[in-house]
Structures are given as structure tokens and as C-alpha cells.
Design a protein around this ligand. Structure first.
Ligand code: GLN
Length: 475
């Protein structure tokens, strides 16, 4: 195997054994990042070669373009942040650097993380390493594709409604969205502040535990970061799941799921049963409202978060050719008209509408109440289940261009991932097979708040009894 095909734990073992050096790994992976990018467009930019410093994890990593890296362009896949170089590192970037991590560059993403296909990026779409005419999923499509293509050994993304899990599933890698508050959002350019969470993309579950160990923990610079102890997640990697109670929600197996996806997930359930897990059929009755509720809460928060991009403080500043209203208003309008893409504008309009006086009670307030009901569905189920199992997405990777002009079809790609963000609970996507076209399928596991160890244990036990995580895209 080539070095870029190995997992991080395999690489670290070989470095420890003196068989390879961190610099040879860096050289091979950065060369691949560069040459393959013409095909995948997984990176919107590669940074100058990082310096190898002391630390336990000196491996090349891709960072989503909405996570601030000091002194390097950080643009959220948008034209409006043109030229923006953050004067500080995000909390997770501090931790990556302290662990010796080697940041290769910014991974492509849907503009401001609005999307499920990476096609709304101002820097062109990323292509799925398993089939270059297909999307990698989104919004963290660049991060998922970089790991699947061996253009980075692992990556960070962010997940507001599925943006880590859905692209992980489309690209055949492991993606984990931690509990809300588990990982610092300091320096993550906000989309939906009550939903966003940063998490790892890796080739297998062991690497997911390793990267989670690095990025977790309290950060006083993020007021929603929780001050709870961080366990060593690698300790959860035991194969024993005898007696583990797994809930299968009936609402997640409706028509509209591709038959190959349904079959792969059903086969996965059998793998769990064989190892002694107890499978129960459960109901999450408010699931049907999750997408609608999400598109009120998330767009409301997005419209408020995006108000700061006005041409005054950072990024693009544009003026119309002739004076229209006043120089200041003209600058705001022209900057935002030129800087934001269609989907960002759509979200800003939706969000502003649901927050506006007269509509706030009917939409935003009501959505918050439904959000509580969704959360209560989970609380009830978790009183008698350790893990909930479902497909990650109803389909495998769709074709570039297939859904871009149909926002509703695009939004439905996240129907199974959105509820976890609404409830703040952790969830993981692991590879569970391939469809008849050879495209990866993802299995989602969800657990109660701060039960990442349970998630990892279940995911690891599944992975160790199946071959899917060993497959690599050939490019
Ligand atoms: N696809 C969903 C959306 O468009 C989720 C995006 C995300 O998690 N950032 O909002």
C-alpha cells in the first residue's frame, strides 16, 4: 500500500517503529494533494509546505475553509471573504498545531456551509473520488473527498444539519459530529450557532477516536463549549457490544430510500445482532417535521450571522458605478449582491423573513417549540436504548448538476442527519457497503449527549466485522 492509503494509526505505528519518517509522509501526501486536485478540487487552496514540529501526531490534515487558520486565507467557499486572513487560529487549529498536525490547506465547501453537494462553492464543485461525475456530498465535501482520495490523511469539517456525516457517507469514509458543546466553535465561521459543531473525517473508527481526542475539550472563548472531562476515546475501541441496545426508528425507513441503501443498512443490523446487540423497533414521531423546522432555525441564525459581511470589516468591498442611495448603503448592497451566491441569498431572505416582526411567532418561535419536541423524542428513546441506527442519507452520491436547481430535493438529502443537530446529540457515519454502481453507502449511529464513547464502541465493533473501511477509491 502507498502511504496515502494508510490510516493515521498505521502511519504513527510505522513512524514509531522507525520504518518511515514524518517528513516522507508529508512529502508523499502533499504531492498527492497537489497533483490530484486538478481532478477532485477537494482543496480550494494549498498552503506553503508546513514545518514539522514536535508532537504526537505529525500527520497531514485538511481543514474546512470555514475554520480560521492564522495568517492563511479563510473564505468559507465564498467570494465575500475574498482576501480574508484571520489574525488568530480557531480553537481546534490551536489543538491540531499543538499535536504536531501539518495543515495542508483549506478544504472546499458549499458557500457558508449551505448545501449538500459542494456545488454552491464559489471555487467550483468538488468531485467525488469514487466517481468524478458525482458530488462528494456537502457541505464539507472537500474534507471528505480529500480523505477518500488520499490528499490528506484526515480532515476537519463542520456539521450543522449533516455536513460531516452525509459527505462521509458519499465518499466512503468515517465522519463524526460530536455533541453540541463538546468541541470549541471558537474560530469556526458561524452558520447556525445553536447547531454547528466541528468534527473529524477519517478512514476508520480508530482514527476518528484519535482525532476526537485531539480536538475535544473546554474553551473559554466559546461560551457554548462545555466544561466536562474529555475521556481517552481510544479506550472505547473494544469489540464487545454484547447486550448493547440498538433502536431502529421506523420513520427512517420510508419509501424514497434507494433499495441498495436500505439493503446495506438491513445487512448492517444483522452484523450487530450476530455480535449480541439487542435490536428494538422504536419511533421518533416528530421526525417528519425535522427538515421544515431546521430550515427555519438554521436560516434564521444564518441571516443574523451573515449580517456582518457588509464590506466594512473584512473581505470584499464593492461600489456600484453610479450613486444610488448613499455611499454607505450602496456599498452594503453592492458588496452583498456581488459577494454572496444564490443559495446564501436564498437563506438570508428566508431567515430574515421568519425573524421579522409579525412572522416571528408564527415561524421562529413555533420552530423552537417543535425543536423541543424532536429533542424529547430522543430523550424518550434513549431511556431504553444505547444507540439509534439508520441510513446516513437516503441515497448514494448523486450526479453533479442533478439537484442544484431543485433546493427541496437537495434539502431532503439531510432528512436523517438533521434531527441529531436539532437535539444536539452526537452521531457518526461509517461505511456500510456499496450500491450497484460502486458508490459508497453510509450507516448512521446516534447516541445521547456526551456518549461519543458508546458511538465509537458500536461503530468499531461493526467496522471490525466488515470489510468496507478497507476499500480505497482508485484515482
Ligand atoms: N445540507 C444542510 C444545509 O444545507 C446542512 C449543512 C450543514 O450541515 N452545514 O443546511
Amino acid at each position: 500500500m502507498n502511504l496515502f492509503e494508510l490510516t493515521v494509526h498505521q502511519i504513527l505505528d510505522q513512524i514509531k517503529a522507525g520504518k518511515i519518517s514524518a517528513s516522507s509522509v508529508l512529502a508523499e501526501v502533499s504531492a498527492r494533494a497537489q497533483t490530484l486536485n486538478v481532478k477532485t478540487n477537494a482543496f480550494v487552496r494549498l498552503f506553503p509546505s508546513p514545518e514539522i514540529k514536535a508532537g504526537p501526531c505529525p500527520v497531514p490534515i485538511a481543514i474546512k475553509d470555514n475554520i480560521c487558520v492564522k495568517g492563511e486565507l479563510t473564505t468559507c467557499g465564498s467570494k465575500i471573504l475574498k482576501g480574508f486572513k484571520p489574525p488568530y487560529d480557531a480553537g481546534v487549529v490551536d489543538k491540531i498545531k499543538a499535536s504536531g498536525g501539518l495543515i495542508l490547506g483549506s478544504a472546499n465547501m458549499d458557500e457558508f456551509a449551505f448545501g449538500s453537494s459542494c456545488e454552491t462553492s464559489a471555487y467550483g464543485p468538488t468531485r467525488n473520488p469514487w466517481a468524478l461525475d458525482r458530488v462528494p456530498g456537502g457541505s464539507s465535501g472537500g474534507s471528505a473527498a480529500a480523505v477518500a482520495a488520499g490528499q490528506a490523511l484526515w480532515a476537519l469539517g463542520s456539521d450543522t444539519g449533516g455536513s460531516i456525516r452525509q459527505p462521509a457517507s458519499f465518499c466512503g469514509v468515517v465522519g463524526l459530529k460530536p455533541t453540541y458543546g463538546r468541541v470549541s466553535r471558537y474560530g469556526l465561521i458561524a452558520f447556525g450557532s445553536s447547531l454547528d459543531q466541528i468534527g473529524p473525517f477519517t478512514k476508520d473508527v480508530t482514527d476518528s477516536a484519535l482525532l476526537l481526542n485531539i480536538i475535544c475539550g473546554f474553551d473559554e472563548r466559546d461560551s457554548t463549549s462545555l466544561n466536562v472531562p474529555v475521556p481517552d476515546y481510544t479506550k472505547a475501541l473494544v469489540k464487545d457490544i454484547n447486550g448493547l441496545k440498538i433502536g431502529i426508528p421506523q420513520e427512517y425507513f420510508l419509501d424514497g430510500i434507494e433499495p441498495d441503501v436500505a439493503a446495506a443498512v438491513k445487512a448492517a443490523i444483522e452484523v450487530f445482532k450476530k455480535q449480541g446487540a439487542v435490536v428494538k423497533h422504536i419511533s421518533l414521531p416528530h421526525t417528519e417535521y425535522a427538515v421544515a423546522t431546521y430550515y427555519i432555525v438554521a436560516t434564521a441564525e444564518a441571516s443574523s450571522n451573515l449580517a456582518r459581511f457588509d464590506g466594512v470589516q473584512y473581505g470584499l468591498r464593492a461600489m456600484p458605478p453610479n450613486l444610488r442611495k448613499s455611499p454607505l448603503i450602496d456599498m452594503y448592497e453592492e458588496t452583498r449582491a456581488r459577494g454572496f451566491g444564490d443559495e446564501a441569498k436564498r437563506r438570508i431572505m428566508l431567515g430574515t423573513y421568519v425573524l421579522s416582526s409579525g412572522y416571528y411567532d408564527a415561524y421562529y418561535l413555533r420552530a423552537q417549540k417543535v425543536r423541543t419536541l424532536i429533542k424529547q423524542d430522543f430523550d424518550k428513546v434513549f431511556s431504553d436504548c444505547d444507540v439509534i441506527l439508520s441510513p446516513t442519507s437516503p441515497t448514494t452520491a448523486f450526479r453533479i448538476g442533478e439537484k442544484i436547481n431543485d433546493p427541496l430535493a437537495m434539502y431532503l438529502s439531510d432528512i436523517f442527519t438533521i434531527p441529531a443537530n436539532m437535539a444536539g446529540i452526537p452521531a457518526i457515519s461509517v461505511p456500510c457497503g456499496f450500491d450497484r454502481a460502486g458508490l459508497p453507502i453510509g450507516l448512521q449511529l446516534m447516541a445521547k449527549p456526551f456518549a461519543e464513547e458508546t458511538l465509537l464502541r458500536a461503530a468499531y465493533a461493526y467496522e471490525q466485522n466488515t470489510p468496507w473501511h478497507l476499500e480505497r477509491a482508485v484515482l
